[in-house]
Structure formats: structure tokens, C-alpha cells
Ligand binder design. Sequence first.
Ligand SMILES: [Cu+2]
Length: 147
Amino acid sequence: MQQTMDRASASATPPATVTASTPTLSSGYQKVAAAPGTRLYFVNLRDGQTVSNPVKLVFGLSGMGVAPAGVEKAGTGHHHLLIDVAAWDANAPLPVSDQVRHFGMGQTETTLQLAPGTHTLQLVLGDQNHIPHHPVVASERITVTVK
Ligand SMILES: [Cu+2]
């Protein structure tokens, strides 16, 4: 899909389309609350960066903690990496796919092989059931160019 960008800065990646987060799911599930001011970010990558394989990603989280999937502990979650994902649902468990990687052991970094070309990357924190927090804790969506 081709998208035309009419922004002043050509390197700024458009944000993903995300459904508006609700504190409770239609099933009645109460989402885990995000701590105010929580920040999720790529420690070692920035938007527009050129990288080469293997691509190391370090996940930065401030304001909350990391816990493995399945562990219910207030103020925590585990990392999810969205690769080339332009839209996602904040009110459902994050799916498991090649494009949505779960770090359910509580990992805070990973190393990837990415096909040459441009890719978008975004981090999303999920609770013990892989459901985004309320409000959503997500990083900026960035674009990297793989040589
Ligand atoms: Cu998960």
C-alpha cells in the first residue's frame, strides 16, 4: 500500500492507527492500569535510522516494571514488538504472529533478522494476558532502513 506523506519532515513515521482504549473490555475484563507518565521507547534506535543485520533492539521502559506473561503484578507488563504493523486494537489481546512478537519471559532486548528495505517498529506493553494497559503504553512508531 502506498501512502503519500505531506509532512514537513520526511523521516517522521506516521503513528499507527489504534482503537481508543477503554478501561474495561466488552467481556467485562478490567484492564491493568498504566502508571501516569510511563514511557516506552527504543533505547538504541531512532526514527529514520539505517541499520544492518542482525538488528539489536533494546527496550526502554520508565515508570512501570517488566514481569513475565502470566504473572499478575500491579504496575508491570511485558514487551511486544510490532513489525510493519500500521493498525492494532487496544481493546483485545495482542495477537501472536511474525509481525507481533511477545517477550513473555520478561526480556528487555532482542536481536532480529529483517529483510533489506524499510520497516516500522513499535513497542507496546501488554499485561499478563497480553492485553494493552489503560491508557495504552506504546512507543513511538519508528522506521528503520535495513541495508
Ligand atoms: Cu504478550
